[in-house]
Structures are given as C-alpha cells and as structure tokens.
Design a protein around this ligand. Structure first.
Ligand code: AP5
Ligand code: MG
Length: 220
C-alpha cells in the first residue's frame, strides 16, 4: 500500500525543500497546496482570482477550495503512488476533510512529521528565498546561491523570482495563522500515535536524514 505523509511546520520550516527530497528518494508525489494556489493565481483561474489577495495578506484560503484541489489532484494519481502533503491540512476542518478524502480512496495516513523551528530564523530564511523563474529550483541569498552568479544551476536560466508574500510583515501574519489555526491540529494526529517531531534547525541534509530514519530505507 502507498505511504501517505504530512509535513507540518510554520512558514519557512523547510516543508517544500524536504518534500522535494522525499519525492526524489521514495518515488512519492509532493502535493503542495501553496504551489497549486500560486499556479492558479498565475493562470488567472476562478480559484486563483479568489486566492490572490488572501495569499498576499498571508491569511488562509477557504477550506473548501483547498480540500477540493487536493481531492482532484489525488484522483489523477494511481493508488500505488504515495503522497507527501506539504502545507495541507492547515485547519481542523481541513484535517477532517483529509480523513474523508483518504478514506474514500482507500488511502491511509502513515506519518505526520512536524518540523520544529525558531521563528526569528524563519524570517531570515523566508525573506532571503528566491527561485528560478523557469524551472523553479529554490535558492537563498545567504544559504544557497547558484554556483555561477545569477545563473540557475539546474537549467541555466538567468531569470529569478520572489514570492509576493515573502516580506517580513506578511511572514509574521503567516506565522500567526500557523500558531492560531494549524498547530492546534497536531493533537488530532498525536492521539493516533503517528506524529514525530524533527528538529528543522539543522542543515538541509541533516533534516532529510532524520526524516529518512522515520520513513525507513527508500526503495532501491
Ligand atoms: P505555502 O506555500 O504552503 O507557504 P508556507 O506554509 O508559508 O511555507 P513556505 O512555502 O513559505 O515554507 P516551507 O516550509 O515550504 O519552506 P521552504 O522549504 O521553502 O502557503 C502560502 C499561502 O498559500 C498561505 O499563506 C495561504 O494563503 C495559502 N495556502 C496554502 N495552503 C493552504 C491551505 N492548506 N489552506 C489555506 N490556505 C493555504 O524553505 C524556506 C527557505 O529556507 C528556502 O530558501 C530554503 O532553501 C531554506 N531552507 C530550507 N530548509 C533549510 C535548512 N534546514 N537550513 C537552512 N535553510 C533552509
Ligand atoms: Mg513551501
């Protein structure tokens, strides 16, 4: 049976970074509601039009919208493909929807991994973050620069972009949303005995190694 995991943690905790590494190592698929919403905003779809201002303010998009896109995306995947939920669920209502969504598709959660971090370090992580405009490879002003100045290591593009919600004021709102609405869902999973806390303040490879220890050896 496919493995299903949730990566939980405040903005900048490293959910996207670690989801990408797990995806590569375990052949699972990363479902990031943030990435899907940003794609919808870019494409100007009805969902994107509703989400744009809410995201720019650092607040949460409605539960129905995000649960709807998660259900649709899961339907496109074969049942043998495991999923890493990155940035979903974020509220109690979304956690309840995810239970239904998984149950009706014969899937079951195996692990909830909470990335524990220090908020001030997160502001530094987020405000320094940028990505390649062409292939989306992630970089950081201080922690991860391209080997050749202003040229993407992966695809050679010289165009980069920053997220409109990656400024200090919006980051503080996003953190408050995490503390107020998302952190309170942890007990739901703690009761099921599937939560493991990982120290997210180590280096990227160190965090990845702690996660591999939870998931077990990746398939060869
Ligand atoms: P979303 O896109 O999910 O953003 P977020 O939760 O704020 O998290 P981030 O993507 O900013 O951080 P991350 O944990 O992925 O960190 P990353 O790996 O990039 O959501 C955006 C918005 O969409 C929300 O505010 C909301 O409006 C809406 N939304 C999304 N999902 C929703 C939902 N379910 N319900 C309602 N609304 C929703 O790392 C950050 C930086 O640090 C990078 O530069 C990286 O290179 C660097 N880094 C990573 N790990 C390390 C490390 N160990 N050491 C040093 N640097 C590191
Ligand atoms: Mg992310």
């Amino acid at each position: 049976m496919a493995m299903e995991i949730i990566l939980l943690g405040p903005p900048g905790a490293g959910k996207g970074t670690q989801a990408g590494l797990i995806e590569e190592a375990y052949g699972m698929v990363q479902l990031s509601t943030g990435d899907m919403l940003r794609a919808a905003v870019k494409a100007g779809t009805p969902v994107g039009l509703k989400a744009k201002a809410v995201m720019e303010a650092g607040e949460l998009v409605s539960d129905d919208i995000v649960s709807g896109i998660i259900g649709d995306r899961l339907d496109e995947l074969g049942s043998e493909t495991g999923v890493i939920f990155d940035g979903y669920p974020r509220t109690e209502a979304q956690a309840a929807s995810l239970d239904e969504i998984l149950k009706s598709r014969g899937r079951k959660l195996n692990h909830v991994i909470e990335l524990g971090v220090d908020e001030d370090a997160l502001v530094d992580r987020i405000t320094g973050r940028y990505t390649c405009a062409k292939c989306n490879e992630g970089y950081h002003d201080r922690h991860k620069q391209p080997a050749k100045d202003s040229v993407c290591d992966e695809c050679g593009s010289t165009e980069f972009k920053r997220r409109p919600d990656d400024n200090e004021e919006t980051v503080r709102t996003r953190m408050a949303e995490y503390r107020g609405k998302t952190a309170p869902i942890l007990p739901i999973y703690e009761e099921r005995g599937i939560v493991t806390r990982v120290d997210g303040m180590g280096g990227i490879e160190e965090v990845a190694s702690s996660i591999r220890a939870i998931l077990g050896a990746p398939p060869k």
